[in-house]
Design a protein around this ligand. Structure first.
Ligand code: ZN
Ligand code: CO
Length: 328
């Protein structure tokens, strides 16, 4: 699966511009699904038919980005964030646009790091005047982190593990499930990072009986981190609550039972800030019992996110075990 994660994380795909990632996923899953379609917002919906309840699975394809807002006469680009990026991690960072244009991020003179904000930062693409910059990049174009996948053995570092690792878990589960007992809709969503938008419209279309998002979550296992009872390497999580959802007790029970039945390590997760696609799914139509399985991840939203490979493998196992449960 590492090859798959590498290919997915290295693909370009900020919110609203997910087509490259989507193409990678389409090519991989096409032979394994009964039906596949792209809806009007760009969500990829793949169905694997089964006799039971309609279950919607969601992992988001989009990653964070920097959108060009202004190009000055010397060819420097000003930008605004697409999704939750902190300006502090951007100093010296290298970014790449859809057309392959590369830039580095510089900063105006500041007295203190406390003064650092997006207004002080710019992207330098090596142009010496406005026209030369505009030949490569237009207002509204989006750059993403330019970072390669790094295999550390047990652990992996990459950009956009949030949530391409979730996409990889869905793809792998799709491969391994031959005759599902439930009617499965694997949805690779758009625009999660700017407000769970793709999940909202795809849930409306699918009308699921149950919803389950697969995404990353933070951990509390690094030096002086905020307390959180999630650590790398201790298994995927069963989310109990985040900012957008309180997991439906029935779904939580299904998940915990599935983990215990198959002896898969898992952790209970309460995420105090942040949310994911289930936030939209469970509020669709008249309400959909929903939950989230998370892969623990350090340094979320930085160019170097880290996950434990065992958690990914166990994530696939847990997802399969959940989906093998006959639901009523
Ligand atoms: Zn995410
Ligand atoms: Co995110």
């Amino acid at each position: 699966m590492k090859e798959l994660i590498k290919e997915l994380t290295e693909a370009y795909g900020p919110s609203g511009r997910e087509e490259t990632v989507r193409k990678v996923i389409e090519d991989k899953i096409k032979p394994m699904v009964d039906k596949m379609e792209v809806d009007s917002l760009g969500n990829l919906i793949a169905r694997k038919k089964g006799p039971g309840k309609r279950v919607m699975l969601a992992a988001h394809m989009d990653e964070l980005g920097l959108m060009v807002t202004y190009i000055d006469k010397n060819g420097f680009l000003r930008f605004s964030n697409v999704g939750g990026i902190s300006p502090h991690i951007l100093l010296g960072e290298r970014v790449v646009f859809a057309n392959g244009a590369v830039g580095t991020i510089g900063c105006e003179k500041i007295e203190s790091m406390k003064d650092l904000n997006f207004q002080k930062l710019y992207i330098d693409i090596g142009a010496s005047e406005q026209k030369e910059a505009e030949d490569q990049v237009k207002i509204g174009d989006i750059a993403v982190y330019q970072r390669g996948f790094q295999d550390l053995g047990r652990r992996i570092i990459s950009k956009s593990l949030d949530d391409r690792v979730g996409c990889a878990v869905l793809i792998q589960a799709l491969k391994e499930i031959e005759s599902p007992v439930n009617d499965l809709f694997f949805v690779f969503t758009v625009q999660e990072e700017v407000g769970v938008r793709g999940a909202r419209t795809s849930a409306y279309r699918i009308k699921p009986d149950y919803g389950l998002a697969v995404d990353v979550t933070r951990t509390g296992d690094t030096p002086e981190s905020e307390t959180m009872a999630v650590a790398l390497g201790k298994g995927p999580t069963v989310k109990v609550k985040d900012t957008l959802i309180i997991t439906h007790p029935k779904v939580k029970k299904i998940m915990v039972d599935a983990a215990e039945r198959t002896g898969i390590p898992y952790q209970l997760e309460v995420l105090e800030r942040g949310g994911t696609d289930s936030g939209a799914i469970h509020l669709s139509r008249e309400g959909v019992p929903s939950g989230v399985m998370s892969i623990p991840c350090r340094y979320i939203h930085t160019p170097s996110e880290m996950v434990d490979y065992d958690d990914v493998i166990n994530g696939v196992k847990l997802l399969k075990s959940i989906l093998e449960t006959p639901l009523d």
